[in-house]
Write a protein that binds this ligand. Structure first.
Ligand code: 5AD
Ligand code: SF4
Length: 455
């Protein structure tokens, strides 16, 4: 095929956007483009955007501003805004960015190649944000799969119908729909045979996988992925607390490739705030799921998402969130200051918490979490952990008690435990993608240090 030029994709946002950017790049490659990592070299630039919080949206518009300057110097450049901001703002994005050629929403990827052709024929300012009933299927590009590491995301479902009051996702990602197990397994098999060892299955609420389509359950899907020989580890995100089923807890317990780690966003420790958020569970419901999980899967790592300063959250209600953290002792926490999203209902809620107070609460929360992260990391000292090797460490870490000259001789490697903790260890240039047993010797706030077990 004749080369159409160089393509550059700038990705903002979540794992699903990373996956979507890979799909967009696959489409670009099948339209004759080659990937470039240098923005200035590109003939087509895609900004794959996120609007979950105001800051993410502004990051997109600021990149697109830079793109405008580039387009002045390079008028043939095709400029594309894709993803959640595109879906949310539609033709309004063109008012702010009149030089954009294509605005493509989250569900319109099947039209992407066609839209590029139309731009080449002289059209511009095309907006395609029509919701689709079907998920567009395209096999991943595996030509340079290993260069990007041994781990890959695979989206198994799109959209969300939970309508948490602060969240834009139901409006920008549309109705919930699941891919067929056949399409998912075919993709994972291809990735596995290309050298990928770890798969993270993605969906806004994996527990409702396949329900609408009357297909197999998420736990049954995990069982099928577990059978794929080339894949060594399976992760998934996100589970919604109210829908976390016993079947899934048992699958985590019983399927050897499914990592002992669950990301279970709780958002708040206050029942009143949870209700206002429309989360559909209470603090007590959340605790009972955690208890069950810890009972069935001893040692499981649990992480969560939290929002501070939701409209009308009092200091006492925030303290309830801290109390919940003390009770659960999460391995890690992703916490955010509440951000008004004009299309989400909470934007109209009274009792907005001011920015300074939100950042004070956030700092207090992170300080508390540091204590539990450290405590959980220290629990691993002396234990032998299977670690998926990612490659050589970027930074040299001092082996505790090691002399300077020994440090130079040993190669510092890095990898991850099942609980997704980073481990540095001295190894002899071990192949990326292997799972090795590491004895954990030291724990630091953000990583562990260990040695090859039996070495
Ligand atoms: N403000 C702050 N955080 C938000 N999240 C979603 N919407 C908002 C918002 N408007 C957080 C939630 C969610 C995570 C992906 O982002 O914690 O779980
Ligand atoms: Fe947003 Fe709630 Fe859906 Fe998660 S479950 S994507 S927070 S609406």
């Amino acid at each position: 095929m004749k080369c159409s030029g160089a393509a550059y994709i700038y990705t903002i946002g979540c794992q699903m956007n990373v996956y979507d950017s890979q799909r967009l790049m696959s489409i670009l490659k099948s339209s004759g483009y080659e990937e470039t990592k240098v923005l200035e070299d590109a003939d087509i630039v895609v900004c794959n955007t996120c609007t979950i919080r105001h800051k993410a949206q502004e990051k997109a518009y600021s990149f697109l501003g830079r793109l405008g300057k580039l387009k002045k110097k390079k008028p043939h450049l095709i400029s594309v805004i894709a993803g959640c901001v595109a879906q949310q703002d539609g033709k309004n994005a063109l008012k702010r960015l009149p030089y954009i050629d294509i605005v493509i929403g989250t569900q319109s990827f099947s039209n992407f190649a066609k839209l590029i052709d139309q731009v080449k024929k002289g059209r511009s300012k095309i907006v395609d944000i029509e919701p689709q009933d079907m998920i567009f299927e395209i096999m991943p590009d595996v030509s340079d799969v290993i260069d990007k590491g041994r781990s890959r995301f695979v989206t198994i479902m799109q959209g969300c119908e939970n309508f948490c009051t602060y969240c834009v996702v139901p409006y920008v990602r549309g109705k919930e729909k699941s891919r067929t197990p056949e399409a998912i397994l075919k993709e994972i098999e291809l990735l596995g045979s290309s050298g990928i060892k770890e798969i993270t299955l993605l969906g806004q609420n994996v527990n409702s996988y396949g329900i609408k389509e009357n297909n197999i359950s998420f736990a049954q899907l995990l069982k099928k992925v577990n059978h794929i020989d080339s894949i060594k580890r399976i992760r998934f995100a996100t589970s919604y607390p109210k829908d976390l089923s016993d079947e899934l807890i048992f699958a985590i317990r019983d399927l050897e490739k499914v990592c002992m780690h669950l990301h279970l966003p709780v958002q708040s420790g206050s029942d009143r705030i949870l209700k206002r958020m429309n989360r559909g569970y209470t603090k007590a419901d959340y605790f009972s799921k955690i208890e069950k999980l810890k009972k069935e899967c001893p040692g499981i790592a649990i992480s969560t998402d939290l929002i501070v300063g939701f409209p009308s959250e009092t200091k006492d209600e925030f303290n309830e969130t801290l109390d919940l953290m003390k009770q659960v002792e999460f391995d890690s926490v992703f916490a955010f200051a509440y951000s008004d999203r004009p299309i989400a209902p909470a934007a109209k809620f009274s009792g907005k918490v001011d920015d300074q107070e939100k950042s004070l609460r956030l700092n207090e929360l992170f300080l508390l979490q540091d204590y539990y992260t450290d405590k959980n990391n220290k629990k691993l000292i002396g234990k032998i952990e299977p670690v998926l090797v990612e490659g050589k460490s970027k930074k040299t870490m001092r082996t505790p008690g090691d002399a300077e000259e020994n440090m130079k001789k040993t190669i510092q490697m890095t990898g991850r435990t099942e609980s997704n903790k980073i481990v540095h260890f001295a190894g002899d240039n071990i192949e990326q993608g292997r799972v090795v047993d590491i004895k954990i010797e030291q724990a630091y706030p953000h990583s562990l240090w260990g040695t090859l077990a039996g070495a």
